[in-house]
Design a protein. Structure first.
Length: 284
């Protein structure tokens, strides 16, 4: 695998990481890792076995993808304001990852923190980087880092490759939409299997905590606190059905939500700003 092929493969990883189609994902991963292993095996000056070359390539290419941004708290959860703002980084497993010289950027030039050498994160573990909290990982900033109205966060590894990103507030709205409304459910009576599909087209995790999906008067669903949409993925909000594989969200309504003749779905952020609108049938 030459440098150009490797770069192309790495750029595809976010889509493979959160994609829903298993076979194409596995085929692309197998091809990419195998090509990288062959190149490593052929170029190495040391005695690499084919197995060792494959495993090293697997770890080098895919290991960093275990690490994801899971939360940005722009308000300070303990009530101490700017001091307790934080970004949380999780290791989704299964390997220990060395975060030495990884970098977090808060959207603007100069709003960076470099993770100290010798920082390892275990599978399932998390670290939080605060704005200026003493005794913790910190930006050591005397000013607020995370804009309460909206911001983006970026996590880079020690090779300056973007590994994970996060958007919230007014920075999260541009790439989220109601992509489909399944208004004619097959379930008799209540049509509980109706759903509206919400899609994140961006490469960022998008925080949709407190966002509201409306199907009309008194027909509202609000996304729970700490709800985020993974990059390039969709979730469904059912009328009265819980489907964990598509997010597990439901209006929990005992009667049909979406009018078969025509209706309008509206998605608003946590400030009430309209993010997306989709109409069908007579409502178009």
């Amino acid at each position: 695998m030459n440098d150009t092929s490797k770069k192309t493969f790495i750029e595809k990883l976010p889509q493979l990481q959160f994609g829903e189609q298993s076979e194409p994902c596995w085929q692309a991963l197998a091809q990419g890792v195998t090509e990288s292993a062959k190149a490593l095996y052929e170029k190495s000056d040391t005695q690499h076995s084919p197995f060792a070359a494959w495993w090293q390539s697997c770890f080098d290419l895919l290991g960093p993808r275990q690490i994801v941004i899971k939360q940005v708290d722009c308000n300070g959860s303990s009530g101490n304001g700017e001091e307790d703002e934080f970004i949380e980084i999780n290791n989704t497993g299964p390997m220990i990852v060395d975060l030495s010289n990884w970098r977090v950027n808060a959207g603007n030039e100069g709003q960076d923190v470099t993770i100290p050498v010798g920082t390892y994160i275990l599978p399932g573990a998390r670290i939080r980087i605060y704005t200026r909290k003493k005794g913790e990982f910190s930006f050591n900033s005397s000013h607020s880092i995370w804009n309460n109205k909206g911001d983006k966060a970026f996590l880079y590894d020690d090779k300056k490759t973007l590994i994970s990103s996060w958007a919230y507030g007014n920075k999260a709205c541009d790439d989220v939409s109601i992509s489909h409304i399944n208004f004619d459910g097959k379930e008799k009576g209540s049509e509980g299997d109706e759903y509206a599909q919400i899609t994140n087209e961006s490469d960022c995790w998008v925080d949709v905590s407190g966002w509201q999906l409306s199907a009309g008067k008194d027909q509202n669903f609000e996304f729970p606190l700490l709800t985020a949409l993974a990059p390039k993925t969709s979730v469904r909000v059912y009328t009265n059905e819980i489907d964990a594989r598509s997010g597990g969200f439901s209006f929990k309504s005992k009667r049909a939500i979406w009018n078969n003749k025509g209706d309008i779905g509206t998605l608003r952020d946590n400030t009430g700003k309209q993010v997306s609108k989709l109409s069908y049938g007579d409502a178009v």
